[in-house]
Design a protein around this ligand. Sequence first.
Ligand code: ADP
Length: 156
Amino acid sequence: MTRRAIFPGSFDPFTIGHYRIVQRALDLFDHIIIGVGVNTSKRHLFALDTRLDIIRQAFASEPRVTVKSYDGLTMDFAQEADARFILRGLRSTADFEYERTLAEANLHFAGIETVALYTEPDQAFVSSTVVRDMYTFGKDIAPLLPPGVVLPDDKH
Ligand code: ADP
């Protein structure tokens, strides 16, 4: 049986921390579908197309990873993707408390198991918020993105 997981998130933008979680989880799952959540009540810095493009670049040579956007509930996205697992990452006790309630709801209502991996210690400080702040104030964010990713603006 194919072990399929979704990795859902806002990914505004997808960081080296997210990238490493997916790379490590490829040891556990046959296929990982990265789901970029389109949450209309949440304001984003990077356009949906840019967020998808960054992830597609990061996994261009990895056929076991696919990327999609979704709106609505994550549990519905998992079921549509025929995935029995949700992959998440944990950096802190704050992440743990937040993830725990989501995991309990997804198990209770949809029978979907959450598999959470601890961050690697040198990436515990990496968050999309830090990357957005640095980008907004003109800093080079390349070291915080997956290796080899070029932001669309840099292509001109
Ligand atoms: P959401 O908006 O759903 O919280 P994010 O895009 O912020 O989504 O993050 C998606 C997942 O990746 C979450 O489980 C989050 O805890 C995890 N994550 C974010 N940054 C890191 C990191 N540096 N190391 C490990 N996991 C991380």
